[in-house]
Design a protein. Sequence first.
Length: 690
Amino acid sequence: MIRLPIEEPVIIFAIAMVIFFFAPLLMKKLKIPGIIGPILAGVIIGPNGFHLIERDETIVLLGTIGLLFIIFIAGLEIDIDGFKRYRNRSILFGSISFTLPFLLGTGVGLLFDYSLLASILLGSILGSHTLLAYPIASRLGIAKNKAVTTAVGGTLLTDTFALLFLAVVTGAAAGQLSIEFWIKMIVSLSIFVFIILWGTPILSRWYFRNSENEGVMNFTYVMVILFVSAFLAIIAGMQPIIGAFLAGLALNRFVLDHGTLMNRIRFLGNALFIPFFLLSVGMLMDLKVLFNDPRAWIVTLAILVSVFIGKGLAPIIISKVYRYSKVEQGVMTGLTIPQAAATLASTLVGFEVGLLDQATVNAVIIMILGTCIAGPYLVEKHGRRLALKEELQPTETKKGPERILIPLANPRTMESLIDLAYMIKQPNTDDQPLYPLTVVQKDVQSAQTGVANAEKMLGHAVMYASGAEIPLRALTRVDHNVTNGMIRAVTEERINTVVIGWNAERRPNQIFGSVIDRFVDQTNQAVLVSKLGHPLTTTKRIILIIPYGAGHKPGFGDAVERIKLLTNRLSASLLVLVIHDAVERYESFIKKIKPNPPMEISRLNNWPALQEEYVPKLLEDDIVVILSARKGTIAWHPELEELPKRLAKIKPESFIIFYPAEEEEVDLRGSRGIEIPKEVLFRKDYEDDI
């Protein structure tokens, strides 16, 4: 029998992991932001629910680390250059966005007979906000928009004001509010800020210049800066989240947004510590208070109304002053409504020092749930409109040496993949070889057979390419995981395009198969997932399907250029089908890209029209090219996951799912890679996916 509450650490951790796995999946089904899942789970299993787990020191510790991670990542992601460019706008917006909810919140506190200090603390709680929906804006490609930059810059002020009020109010509650307190706070805060914002960049610049690019050490260094900064904040009389935020700002230019180091920080935070923080927050809520005290509902409603009015008015005022559009105003509202990090920190501190009661804690948590649902919804809704309103001018990717990787597993498709890779190769790049790749696994048995298969396939590829005067550089990577081996090859060889085969087998909950799906999700390079059922030389027509919003993707121009190049070299015609978008803009843009094979462009109102009008008319020698998108980006649509499966059932037998390149930054401080052992083992079931 297991006694409740559970005290066995392994069982507690197992329950937490199950919650972290299933809660986001359930929230996704309900179309609710995943952040809500662990909070609701904490309400259910916590001391005020079924009391399965106690909110003990371990949960508090892990939750505190998660809170620091949220604030730290926010500091790392802030666009400092954008803030400098829109400094005055951000200062004005931040001041208004804090002041209006602050006044309303203070008024609510006084109205319900809170003490003056408690009312001021409640006002400062409502004045802060958390950039919970910022990753959505970043994913949609509007992070550099002036409205987004203004909102993000304003966060610097709102959270700083909220945390300063927290320090003052808690000091006053402890009876320390004196001239000595003010002098100590100002001096210690000034010294602390100087050490973090001036000393940390100097130390970091020296470290990264002299480090040996060891990935683990770089990550450990960043963690040292984070937690030492939080510790120094405590010494300075501040809350540790102020130190975490300043540490993020100090390291902002040293941790590249798309680099390996940033990925590790986000991974550890999002996978472990931040969910523990959300779980611990949910454990604080006591639903019995809501049912036993009708006044708690009135307080909750008043707080919710104050937040939505105060945070909603600030973007309206700024939009009038700086002439932002309604869509930009909606994005700013969505970014600044969510309450989480600083809100929770202030609430917890206020509860611990006795300024806030259980009813207020419940009201704040419900307010967090409401704002965390509304904010991401508004950013998703208005952010897509904002991205699509911008002029159709795809970002040009940085041109480096063209390097095309061809992962090989099935000897029957090897020749067609090499032909396709050569056909899309840019002119005047004959000196750049193609890179056929075999990935082998260390744990595969019957090593001799694997070595023989790998050498035979690569040898045949070299012979075939030599006959066509195609330069090749054969690659072999050894890894426990096939996808990781492919990604290593992409990184180490600086690959910018990948041509990979697919056997068109349909699997539940997967688009292509586990290997290809993971590879597409974890890379930024252009990827052509190809099912070639007829010789390329017999192709008479290429049908390019462009989904709504694809023209705004960074790699759109490069993708169109490669498709036109393929069409021209095959002496085929090109039929472009634009789904629910302006044909005129695409037509003028595409015609400017050389070469110019015979081309026709048409518009389809929706995806069902494609299924009904064109799919039945496809011919055996057609190649269908779907200009797809990685999930979560602006051009993504659920139909893009279903269309490959439908095409696999019917003729034509040849189609290409083209994922254009995304924006990418190279972290020069990344790890140096792993030495490849001499033994080469080939995985036979790799052929099932590719």
